[in-house]
Design a protein. Sequence first.
Length: 362
Amino acid sequence: MLWPVWWNAVLYKFAFSGITLELGALLLFAESQGLAFLGIYLPLHAAGSLLIAMAVKILIPPRYQQPQRWLLAYLFCFNFFVPLVGLLCAALAIAVGVWLPRLAERRRFGTTAAPRFTTHRNHEGTGFRGGQVRAQLGNSQAPLDHRLKALVAVQDTPARTTGALLRDLLADPTDDIRLLAYGILDNKEKQITQRILARKSELQQAAGEQQRADLDQRIAELYWELIYQNLVQGDMQLFSAEQVRLHARRALEALPGSAGLWFLLARLELQMGQVDAAEEALLQAQQGGFARERMLPYLAELRFLQRRHEEVRALFAELRGRPGVPALLPVRRYWLGTAGRTTASETLLESMGVAAEAELAS
């Protein structure tokens, strides 16, 4: 049992003072010839019993300090009515309580040898399956032509799933890999940026309020696409988020009941970690008639960020029996199968990310 150094001094003072008072009381009682000394013995014995009880309480492991309200009173009575012998019995009980569980403890996990894993194929071929593309690109020792083929194979994959991998390749020691990865990311970003500039040009020339609202909505969606596909980071991500809010709010001035726009804002605020703003946007989307089934994963993520775990479980229970996205099914099974394990659920969902799974549901 570990505690601060000053806590040891408190323990020693309680124990030493209590034993000293007990010995003094016993010596006084042994020398007494009548009941006149009993009035002196009992206060000394009571004070010694209280100090010894406080010292023993410090030594008792936390799992045995139940119920805490009556523990100190029990120890006091034990020492008061059974002088010295009660102290020896308490010390023996503490020793048994500390060491016996350790002797009976079983090892829950065994050890096994690390598996051998090859990050690139040793045989010829041009096809890729499963994680072979990621393995090829992540292995700088693999043949260059294989890595180039793997990189070309992912250039048409949505940047949402390959953005992090492509950004890692920007620091690759091979120039061809580094330049090709940069070109893929830059091309995807430029495509969306050009569409944004085109919509903004149309917005400047728009005459009707409805047309301006539609263009603002489209611009907000395009800026959100930059964030969602992980094409912008740092200050550019913050700028894109502000543009989403700006154009979405403008569109909402003309379309205040647009549930889709409020849902877009909710997804943005969840991505940016703005819990209060996300809750407001989800509420507005719900009031606007947005489909609750599509909102449930995002509501679950919001309640998880708010540490309201029982509501997370209840929200996933609403999805029971409904067909869902395969990537969301393990999370749903976990929450519905581990009632009450909030600490374990935090570890699981912080590693998986409810947001990533929920976005797939849309």
